[in-house]
Design a protein. Structure first.
Length: 174
């Protein structure tokens, strides 16, 4: 059976990322996973996920990339030090779901604006925990351009309750 969904890479397979990847797989979304500790991806591979060798490898393989890690420093490390931002396809959507606060997302948005203006950043922190993530019951607070909503909505409507807006985080964004 061929999926009608664009592949999604989930980078960061901790408690929340693991649940999100399971939810995406259950929804029939081709899912690529990566984690700093590769053993965290083993059961997802058994469920049909493709395992990326690196964060950059995962970013190269999917037009939509989700990051779900511990803090802003980890997001920046994955994006910059591990090459994820540089590896994103032109026109890719980066859905940053880690809870990193206003200062953190401003830092990330500045990196994207400076290094990859061809990539769309969606700030999408969540409310919930492992079980709601696996059951598609997270609440997602997404902020990004309206024109990408249709590309990211199918996975989010199957994996969570999405609340969205069109404002982009940052000091000059209103």
């Amino acid at each position: 059976m061929t999926s009608t969904h664009e592949p999604v890479a989930v980078l960061g397979i901790g408690t929340m990322g693991h649940g999100m990847a399971i939810g995406a797989l259950r929804a029939g979304i081709p899912t690529i996973v990566w984690n700093r500790e590769p053993e965290a991806t083993r059961d997802l591979a058994e469920l049909g996920a493709e395992v990326a060798e690196s964060a950059a490898d995962g970013a190269r393989r999917a037009p939509i990339v989700v990051t779900m890690v511990t803090d802003a420093d980890a997001v920046v490390s994955i994006a910059s030090d591990q090459g994820m931002l540089a590896a994103l396809r032109p026109g890719a959507i980066w859905v940053q779901m880690s809870t990193i606060g206003v200062t953190g997302i401003e830092r990330v948005a500045a990196m994207v604006d400076d290094q990859r203006p061809d990539v769309t950043l969606v700030d999408a922190p969540v409310s919930g925990s492992k079980e709601p993530a696996e059951k598609g019951q997270l609440t997602i607070f997404a902020s990004g351009p309206d024109e990408v909503r249709s590309r990211v909505a199918p996975p989010s409507t199957r994996s969570a309750s999405a609340r969205s807006g069109s404002a982009r985080s940052g000091p000059d964004q209103g």
